[in-house]
Design a protein around this ligand. Structure first.
Ligand SMILES: [Zn+2]
Length: 237
């Protein structure tokens, strides 16, 4: 035992932090077990680097307040405080749909997740901003998110992921989103697609396929229409 401890002590702490990162990205619960092994592992397992980079792939998206063990929730809270984009998105998503609005601002959390590179958060935040009068000043800003998703070829996948999360988890959706009348993002008189989104959306629904819209603002207008469709399919209790 003493020999093992000396080997542990011989390695720099950074090495153990990197090992803890690999462990948590294999299994969150393996990290919990690692942290219980000794004082050093408990210390490195609670480092900001671990919280910031945890993949959280093995923690479901169901409402945190209702369904997960307290230790997991505490871990997610620490990840959120360390600006882990996946944790920010999960809390924002959870607070937006599952919990009556409280002191936290779900849109702020989703925006933070988007700013930290979370692709689904970029999509979700963009359509919500267009639907929310209170955040009108941010509309031009979110066009950059949509442009980035288009450039990465990730926009449709993000939409599908959001759709899957919402439609698979309708039992926990408690909030009807604060959707106001849709604003039109593209108002450019020179845009060849501006104003044609409802017709294109109808075509999309008939074909269930992708559409080709080159104007980024128009593409955002289109995605908002698709998002309305997704919301209309949720069976709010
Ligand atoms: Zn346009």
């Amino acid at each position: 035992m003493a020999g093992n401890r000396s080997i542990i002590d011989q390695l720099p702490e950074d090495i153990w932090v990197n090992i803890a990162c690999k462990v948590v990205n294999n299994s969150t619960y393996d990290l919990f077990r690692m942290r219980s092994a000794c004082k050093l592992f408990r210390h490195v397992g609670k480092s900001q680097h671990v919280y910031k980079n945890a993949s959280l792939f093995d923690i479901g998206l169901e409402p945190f307040s209702l369904c997960i063990h307290n230790s997991t929730r505490l871990f997610l809270e620490q990840c959120k405080l360390s600006c882990n984009a996946k944790a920010l998105f999960r809390f924002g998503f959870d607070h937006y749909f599952a919990i009556r609005f409280d002191t936290s601002n779900p849109l702020y959390l989703i925006r933070m997740a988007a700013m930290n590179g979370h692709l689904e958060a970029m999509y979700f935040y963009s359509v919500l901003v267009v639907c929310s009068n209170e955040l009108e000043e941010n509309t031009r800003h979110v066009v950059q998110f949509v442009q980035r998703l288009i450039t990465l070829g990730a926009l449709e996948k993000c939409r599908d992921n959001i759709r899957c999360i919402l439609l698979a988890g309708t039992w926990w959706v408690r909030n009807i989103p604060l959707i106001s009348q849709q604003r039109i993002v593209c108002r450019a008189s020179t845009c060849s697609t501006s104003g044609s989104m409802p017709q294109r959306h109808l075509q999309y629904k008939l074909n269930e396929g992708s559409i080709n819209v080159t104007c980024v603002e128009c593409r955002l207008d289109f995605e908002v229409l698709v998002f309305f469709d997704i919301l209309s399919r949720i069976d709010f209790e």
